[in-house]
Design a protein around this ligand. Structure first.
Ligand code: BGC
Length: 431
């Protein structure tokens, strides 16, 4: 192997997670979640949702809102006899350059953010109509009841002021009242919980819900929750998991340059928000070591002076010849960027699968095997759109669990954060 290819291979190897490592981390994950359930403070928040398994008998028309990392969505759903109808929907970007607003920065306060939401909600209401609302709020919260969640800390680099520490649905309710919108928030839930709720309507054995998008997180159905001894969905906030992970020097740089260093470690290794930055750091390392972009004509500045998002990583994987054209590099360079992108994506999938295995081992009360049937519901652009991700996920389970992997089905469940909020609102008012 030549000098260049050796350096390249070393960097690619940094992103490998082998079978033993997968099982080791899965067991650490299980241990950490169990410590947390027993009241110990760990990196896993294990937030109770106060929502169990829906009965399938939930009925009525409900307003659902959903604030993720990129969009704010407001949807009116009609639920009857286990089926759903989307009646109306409005979608806004949180950052809209054309319309010249950015709701994610600290010069925007809670009144502006929730006022914006209240106005959109009002637009979906018919004259004289009054509705209950479920709020999918995809950030770590201290949850004290189905309608009481206090934002612990913004993630996904959002810094809007006046929200952290506060009761989110109270802020929303105040904004709705101020704008005379006849809608009452009755439930607040994480997007993972919404995804699992929707999956539970369709699949008997669905008991894990996960998001692989701008952010990352997983929830699961705890069969015997310490708070009430009953079934309850628990939001693990696995985004902040940090025990025994194969952290590279590139991950350390990403963390150091992030809004809140030292937090959300797993998320920074696996989610769409950070994937492109990891790739950029790894490429920069290769460039400094003269292993890529060595020709005179190459436009390295164009490559390194941009922020690279997950969609660009996808394009690097799918279209190396376009990469070559765009940066005036060699096809060999473009192939290296492709391989590196694939390695980063594969690691992301494996680490997510590992956290799911940790949960499965806990649910099965077992260290290494999975004997019962489980459906894992996943939503998010990384799972849905990035090349080969469902196959990589299946491969990870097979490699780690052998035959037991056949007990695990992974399903793409779309719109969990919209529809899930409507189901949660229905659950709250029909309990
Ligand atoms: C948040 C989670 C959320 C996930 C996916 C993370 O940044 O901490 O609460 O579920 O993103 O949206």
């Amino acid at each position: 192997m030549g000098f260049k290819s050796e350096i390249i291979q070393d960097v690619i190897n940094d992103f490998e997670v082998e079978r033993e490592n997968m099982l080791r981390i899965a067991n650490l994950f299980k241990e950490t979640m169990e410590k947390s359930l027993n009241g110990e403070k760990t990196c896993l928040k294990m937030i109770p949702s106060f929502i169990g398994k829906p009965t399938g008998k939930e009925q009525g028309t409900f307003m659902a809102i959903d604030m993720g990392g990129t969009n704010f969505r407001c949807t009116k759903f009609k639920i009857s006899n286990g089926s759903f109808e989307k009646v109306a929907e409005i979608k806004h970007k949180l950052i809209n350059k054309e319309e010249n607003y950015d709701l994610t920065k600290s010069d925007i306060d809670e009144k502006q953010l929730f006022g914006f939401m209240a106005e959109s909600i009002g637009k979906l209401l018919e004259p004289e109509e009054a509705l209950y609302l479920g709020n999918t709020f995809s950030f770590p919260c201290r949850q004290e009841g189905i309608n009481d969640a206090y934002l612990i800390q913004w993630t996904k680099e959002i810094t809007t002021s006046g929200v952290e520490g506060n009761n989110v649905n109270k802020l929303l309710e105040q904004a709705l009242q101020a704008k005379n919108v006849n809608v009452k928030p009755v439930a607040i839930l994480n997007d993972t919980v919404g995804t699992l709720l929707v999956a539970m309507y369709g699949y008997q054995t669905a008991d894990i819900g996960s998001i692989m998008g701008t952010g990352h997180n997983t929830c699961y159905l705890e069969n015997n929750h310490p708070l009430n001894g009953k079934k309850m969905i628990v939001n693990t906030e696995s985004a902040s998991y940090n025990v025994g992970l194969p952290v590279t020097k590139y991950d350390e740089i990403i963390d150091k340059n992030s809004q809140v260093p030292g937090t959300q470690l797993l998320e920074k290794m696996v989610s769409g928000y950070y994937m492109g930055s990891i790739l950029k750091e790894a490429c920069l390392d290769l460039y400094k070591n003269k292993a890529i972009f060595t020709s005179e004509a190459v436009n390295a500045d164009a490559f390194f002076n941009q922020s690279i998002n997950a969609l660009m990583v996808e394009n690097f994987i799918l279209y190396p010849s376009k990469t070559q054209e765009q940066y005036n590099c060699t096809l060999e360079d473009a192939e290296v960027i492709k391989k590196l992108s694939e390695a980063i994506l594969k690691r992301a999938v494996r680490l997510v699968a590992v956290s799911h295995m940790g949960i499965l081992f806990h649910q099965e009360n077992n260290g290494t095997s999975v004997k019962n049937k489980h459906v894992i519901a996943i939503d998010g652009t990384i799972y849905e759109k990035m090349p080969n991700v469902p196959n990589l996920m299946e491969e990870a389970f097979k490699e780690a669990l052998g035959e037991d992997a056949s007990n695990i089905e992974i399903k793409l469940v779309k719109d969990g954060s919209g529809l899930g909020a409507a189901i949660a609102a229905a659950f709250a008012v029909t309990q």
